[in-house]
Design a binder for this molecule. Sequence first.
Ligand code: TYD
Length: 227
Amino acid sequence: MSGEPTDAPRRRGRFITLEGGEGAGKSTQAARIVAALKGLGIPAIATREPGGTAKAEELRAALLAGIVAPLGPAAEALAFSAARVDHLDRKIKPALEEGVWVVCDRFADSTRAYQGALGHLAPQLIRAMENVVVGADRPDLTLMIDLDPEKGLARAAARRGDNSVDRFEGQSTAFHRALRAAFVKIAADEPQRCALIDGARSENDVAAEIWHEIENRLDPREWRRPL
Ligand code: TYD
């Protein structure tokens, strides 16, 4: 006897990310995707970046407090990437290998857009970092929730209920417009991976379009069938 486990091979989970500007409704939609998947009997978790693990959440606190900002966009990109390494190693990859679907609020496209396009980092640097950090663990589907930044920032402020802003919310409207353009460009450049979702509609309408994309592109009902 070899002592090898005799379990049937487990199908790898799918990796879905949500991207977009501030207040686009990503975390609400992430929770709805997880609920819909579980409704089909598919194990699924929601997570977020920066964060998702204890150490990455510590880095998140420093990043959103603006502690790394004075070091420049390259250092910020490295700090976001360091958080991502821990998140991938300790949470995302183990879950996918266990056959769990992972739904992540922000991921590497946020580094491309915020630090890359807006921080004016060389695309080769962003690509090299992404190759090292993410490698083959790229998302199966990225939902780009597109929304007029004025609407998004107003939503984010209403959600907080006060006038406080974090490191990125405090940027100018021009910054947020450029951010929107950066996400739209990523979606246009990688249509196989990315779906551009109109985030200006009601929560239910956005959820319906997202579910349509998931069904068309990832076929969750087929995935559920035993191998
Ligand atoms: P968060 O409060 O989660 O923003 P939102 O609700 O809009 O998702 O804060 C995350 C912030 O960090 C957000 O402003 C985007 C920024 N960010 C980067 O600049 N680079 C990154 O790689 C990631 C993951 C996030």
